[in-house]
Structure formats: C-alpha cells, structure tokens
Write a protein that binds this ligand. Sequence first.
Ligand SMILES: [Zn+2]
Length: 291
Amino acid sequence: MADGRVIGVDLGGTKILAGVLDPDGRLDVVIERPTPSYSQDELLDALVETVMELRTPDVVAAGFGVPARVDTRTGFALGAVNTPIHEVPLGDVLGSRLGLPVGVINDGSAAALAEFVHGAGRGTRDLVLLTLGTGVGGGVIFDGQLYRGWSEFGHMVIVEDGEPCQGICTGRGHVESYCSGNAADRLARRLLGPAASAHDLVARRHPALAEIGHHLGAAVGSLVNMFDPDVVVIGGGFGVAAGELLLGPIRERVLREALAPGGERVQLAVAELGSRAGLIGAGRIAFEALG
Ligand SMILES: [Zn+2]
C-alpha cells in the first residue's frame, strides 16, 4: 500500500465522525461534529472543513462513507433518505475542493469492509452487516469481495403496508421504520413518555427491544436466504448500544425465516469496531482512490 496516511470520514444522519488512518488501519485523532441538516451546500462545507481540520502534510487521500445511494466508480451520489444529499458528483466536488484523491462509498458498505478486515468478520468469506443508527444501512462482503451496489437494506419491506418509513422515503413497513435508532426513540417515547429515548430502552434492558430484534430477524432471515453469509454483524450507534439484547430475538426469528441450515449456522455478532467501523472502512476506500 501507498506511503502516507489518509483521512476517513463517516457521514451519519446526526454526526460526522472522522479520523486519520495509516495503511495498517491504525487510527489516530478522531473528531466528531454535528451533521448539518438544512442544505447540501452546508453539508459539503462541513465535510471539507472536517478534513481540513485533520489534514497533515503526510495525508495523501480522503475517503467518505455516506448514507446515500452511490455510484462507486464515479463517486456520484443519487440521493439520501435522512441527509440533504441529492444528485451530486460528491467524489469530484470533494476532490477538487480538497485537492486530494477522494473515494466515496455507501456508509454501510464502508462499515462492512472495516468489520470484514479488522473486526467481527475477520477470517470469514461472506459477511452481511446492518447498521442501526439514524436510519438503517447495510453492506455485503461476498466471496471475500465488497459488493459496491446500493446496499440499502434498511429499505427492505418486512411488514407489508406497515409503518411509514423515515426521511424522504415513501415506503411502508421498511426495516428502517422499525429498527433504526430513530424508530427505537419513537418506541421509547410511546412506552416511557415524551422525554424518553432509545438509550432508556437499552439502560432498562426493556422487553420492547425484543420487538425490534424480531423485526430485525425478519430482515436477517431474508438476507441469509439470499447470501448464506458466515456472519451477520449488527453495528451503528443504536445497534452497538443494544447489542447482545437484540441478538437472541434476532436468532429466534432467523431460525423460522431462514432455510435450513442457514438459521443455525449463521453467526450473529455485534460490530467489534463499534461506531468507528464506518470511518475505518472509508479510510480503506481512500487508499483505493490512490490507484
Ligand atoms: Zn424506507
């Protein structure tokens, strides 16, 4: 791999997390700032400023994991559900403003890549990851290679004509409607009062988390039937916090929905890299951008 270090940036629905990585994936200096939610211009400015804040003379490229539908070859972002990104050549715009080689990838794919190389998927060939944050993202490693399509697993239908989805998504009954951190916030407010959040459900080990796990299990069961992965990793801010409390209910539902022996064989794991998976994966994409 190239000499020098890169900056990996994970754009989330509520925060931007960024850090400097060396070619071995070692992380140095991590910063966090809120995600501007008003306009795309503001969002682009924040991404550029974040990189400039971290940039040192040995930084040779930057990688961005974005919660959007991305054409990975061109860096063009079609649109996003929970952040103001719409039809923008993100790779070109960020590359010219920074004067650096830039790689752009879906944030769930970035996290999947990081967990495959450095985290819960080490030593496997096939991995599926779901990130539960503001929304629900996903990523797939298939036969040792990162799948670089949309990977919008959060928008799989798990309940026909179910609850409305979030952000600008017009769908109903999507995974994101039931299993995102925002969905868990809504559930907490309904059960515990207007000031409650997903954090309270986790702190109390609330039985309602099993409901979220069962919904997630429907999605995981379908993904097992499609990809027969060695491991399914649950990541993202809410996913990591709720962690083990979700895995039992997920397993129960997967045993019903997945074709045998997939439901028993698949390993279920919480993301080992925690909330840093996305930025570490984005850093790997930055090294790829060096060609
Ligand atoms: Zn949706």
